[in-house]
Design a protein around this ligand. Structure first.
Ligand SMILES: C[S@@+](CC[C@H](N)C(=O)[O-])C[C@H]1O[C@@H](n2cnc3c(N)ncnc32)[C@H](O)[C@@H]1O
Length: 260
C-alpha cells in the first residue's frame, strides 16, 4: 500500500517536472526528442508485435517459472497470459525502444530480462542487421520467448539462459563492442548498480544504456540517482518508466525529465 502510494507520488512529481521539446535547450536533445518521442508513425512491426502480445495474453498455457526477480530463485506455476500482462513492457515503451534503437543504430545489443520476448522483438526488429543477445534466467520462459521469435521470424536474437550473475560478464566479453544495453530484470538497488558497474568498462562514446522501472521502488530511485551522478555518465533522459543514459564526451553533464 505504502509502496503503491510512493509510486503514485513519484508519478505526480514526474508530471509536474517533465518538460516537452520546447523546454530543451540542447539542440541534440531537442532533435532526439523530436525524432523519437514525437514520432507517432504506426510502423507495421507494431501491429505484428501487438498481435503476438494478444496471442500470449489469450494463451491457456501454464509454465514453471523460476523467479529471479525477487532476489530469490524459486519455482512456481504461472499462466503465460499473466506474465504477458504483467512482466512485458507495454506497447508504448516497446515502441520507444524501437524508435531509440532505429535512431542510435546500435550493432551489438544486449538485454537483461527476456521474459516472453516482447521487448527484445521491438529492439531486434528496429535493427534487423544488428545482433541482439537477450538474457533470461527461467528456462521455460526462455522457451516461450524463442517461440515468439520464431513466430515473428526474427533471426538476429540469441537467448542466453541462466542467472545474470553468471551469464552477463561472459556475454559482455564475447561482444565485439557494446553499443546498447536494456536493463530489465532484477530490479533491486544492489543488482542494478552491480550490472551498471559491470558493464561500464565496455562502454564507448556512442553506447546507450536503458534502465527499466527507475521509479519502481526506493531502491530503484536511489540506483537511478547514483547512475545519473556517476562520472562516466554524460547525459540522461527520464521518461518515468525508463531512464536512458548517454556517455558522449561532447555532452556537458545534463539531465532531462521529458514528457512521453
Ligand atoms: C520484467 S521481465 C522482462 C520483460 C521483458 N523485457 C519485456 O518487456 O518483454 C524480467 C525478466 O528477468 C528475469 N530475471 C530477473 N532476474 C534475473 C536474474 N538474476 N537472472 C536471470 N534472469 C533474471 C525474470 O525471469 C524475468 O523474466
Amino acid at each position: 500500500m505504502l509502496k503503491h502510494l510512493s509510486f503514485v507520488l513519484a508519478y505526480i512529481k514526474y508530471r509536474f517536472n517533465c518538460i516537452n521539446k520546447y523546454g530543451i535547450h540542447s539542440p541534440y536533445f531537442f532533435n532526439w526528442a523530436q525524432i523519437i518521442l514525437y514520432d507517432c508513425n504506426p510502423y507495421p512491426v507494431y501491429e505484428t508485435i501487438k498481435k503476438t502480445r494478444r496471442n500470449l495474453i489469450h494463451s491457456k498455457q501454464t509454465i514453471n517459472v523460476t523467479d529471479f526477480g525477487t532476489g530469490t530463485s524459486h519455482t512456481k506455476t504461472k499462466k503465460v497470459s499473466s506474465i504477458a500482462k504483467r512482466a512485458a513492457k507495454p506497447h508504448k515503451y516497446g515502441a520507444l525502444l524501437f524508435k531509440m534503437a532505429a535512431f542510435h543504430k546500435p550493432q551489438c545489443m544486449i538485454e537483461l530480462g527476456t521474459s516472453l520476448g516482447l521487448s527484445a522483438a521491438y529492439q531486434a526488429l528496429a535493427r534487423p542487421k544488428a545482433s541482439v543477445t537477450t538474457l533470461e534466467g527461467c528456462p521455460q520462459t526462455a522457451l516461450i520467448a524463442s517461440q515468439t521469435f520464431e513466430q515473428l521470424q526474427i533471426k538476429n536474437i540469441k537467448i542466453i539462459t541462466g542467472n545474470f550473475d553468471q551469464t552477463f560478464e561472459q556475454v559482455l566479453t564475447q561482444q565485439p563492442k557494446v553499443d546498447w544495453i536494456f536493463f530489465d530484470g532484477n530490479h533491486t538497488y544492489e543488482a542494478t548498480m552491480r550490472y551498471f558497474k559491470q558493464a561500464l568498462p565496455y562502454v564507448h562514446a556512442k553506447t546507450v544504456f536503458v534502465f527499466d522501472d527507475i521509479n519502481w521502488s526506493t531502491g530503484m530511485k536511489q540506483a537511478w540517482l547514483e547512475i545519473k551522478n556517476h562520472s562516466s555518465v554524460k547525459a540522461t533522459v527520464d521518461v518515468f518508466a525508463l531512464g536512458i543514459v548517454f556517455f558522449e564526451d561532447a555532452f556537458s553533464k545534463q539531465h532531462f525529465v521529458l514528457k512521453y
